[in-house]
Design a protein around this ligand. Sequence first.
Ligand code: PAF
Length: 274
Amino acid sequence: MRARLRRESSIAFVPTMGGLHEGHVSLVRLAQQKAQCGVVSIFVNRLQFAPTDDFDRYPRMLAVDCELLQQQGVDVVFAPDENTLYPVRQEFMVKPPPLAETLEGEFRPGFLQGVATVVLKLFNIVQPQIAVFGKKDYQQFHMVREMVRQFNSPEEIVVGETVRAPDNLALSSRNRYLTSEERAEAPRLYQALARVKRGIEDGNTRFGDLEENAKEALCHRGWRVDYIAVRHRDTLAPACEGDRNLVVLGAARLGNTRLIDNVEACARGFTRKR
Ligand code: PAF
């Protein structure tokens, strides 16, 4: 890969696990605007799946993915097998901060350590100037940006907006698992988050109540909710009264499928009494 990429003057990289959809395509387009050579990796990274996760059933459709990337004019696809990326047992790992044990990390132990480790390896192989991540995986994007900052790594991390279906369901490779009834129900996760956002933007600062109401509404319809959380956008710390730039994150299970989503919210400012 290094030999192939040596002749490129600037590289923008989109790491993926395949099962590509319009959300990935929008990240690819963003990458292509930012550098002369666009590289996409496709690798289902065992390290970031807990034993109870869906590693075995994760969509693998390399030929279809490559065709899509070719149509998009992607210059290089890097699709290593496990022995190529992990020729020996990966014993050195990136140890993420305690934030990685909250939100996704609370329900998917080891997830963010696995992501950070593979992303660091991929960055070392591809050596891009720009790397593009999707906002749907908000905590992942946040962690990668912090990792790069704290390790003085040279990549510029760019974030791409979440792409949604007309009914607002965030596009995800895992949407393929949904039955038709579940697919009809799935936009309710976004709707629950959007309701929290509206509450915040109407001036409600009882974030705990807003989270609980959203959870209850989903549970009532048969969802198993992992979390609904109002967080500060830059730190992902729990939101406090007075924070302006917030994000409402949610993860919930519908049947055997776990969906995540988030919406950004702007809390009202205070007018200080003199
Ligand atoms: O978001 C993903 O698809 C994966 O977590 C990533 C960033 C490609 C690492 O395996």
